[in-house]
Design a binder for this molecule. Structure first.
Ligand code: CO
Length: 215
């Protein structure tokens, strides 16, 4: 119970095999990181950001929380975002949700789980905004899947409305903010077709979500 043997053994063999494949890997990576991507995803253990895109350490800066929510007062997420945009100067910010998200399901079903209900309230806000659209979907799994997609898009818009992104665009920084969703069933990512690179794109995306929320 007190031992972490499995974890430490796993780490040893992972480091050994990486070292064998790329002898300079750890020595060069320990000097600096230069990732092109910021990933904002769900904490779900089945959605391992770097692994599922086949990237190595150093290639992706990552922030994960339950249901990949971006809240304008979440200092943790904002600090990650600011560091990624202003210091690392990433080229792509990816908000990635996943079908079958437990957080989204709990939000949709109004399940009482404790403190986390407050966090999932943000997903319930998304569900309320899109209630007309969601209520037309009879199958509850399909409805949950649709809410997973809508949540990703709304959180992508939230990223773009932070002072971090707004200020970066004002000074001419170039990067794109994307919406992706991952399927636990086939291990594949799908692009939800949102790619925001400036204020004009943001306005279009916002308009689209409002139009879709009133079918
Ligand atoms: Co999830």
């Amino acid at each position: 119970m007190k031992q972490l043997d499995k974890l430490l053994d796993g780490n040893k063999s992972w480091a050994d095999s990486l070292q064998a494949e790329h002898p300079e890997f750890f020595s060069s990576l320990s000097k600096q990181q230069n990732p092109e991507y910021l990933w904002i995803g769900c904490s779900d253990s089945r959605v391992p950001s770097t692994q599922l895109v086949g990237m190595l350490p150093g290639e992706m800066f990552v922030h994960r929380n339950v249901a990949n929510v971006v809240v304008h007062t979440d200092l943790n997420c904002l600090a990650v975002l600011q560091y990624a945009v202003d210091v690392l100067r990433v080229r792509h910010i990816i908000v990635c949700g996943h079908y079958g998200c437990g957080g989204v399901k709990a939000a949709m079903n109004n399940t009482k789980l404790g403190l986390i209900d407050n966090w999932l309230r943000h997903v319930q806000d998304v569900a309320e905004k899109h209630e007309q659209l969601l209520s037309q979907i009879e199958d509850k799994h399909k409805r949950a899947d649709k809410l997973c997609e809508l949540n990703v898009i709304e959180q992508t818009i939230n990223v773009c409305q932070t002072t971090v992104v707004q200020n970066a665009w004002d000074r001419g920084a170039e990067f794109a903010v994307h919406s992706l969703i991952y399927s636990l069933h086939d291990g594949l990512l799908r692009n939800l077709g949102v790619c925001i690179t400036n204020e004009e794109d943001l306005l279009t995306a916002r308009q689209q979500t409002w139009n879709e929320s009133r079918p």
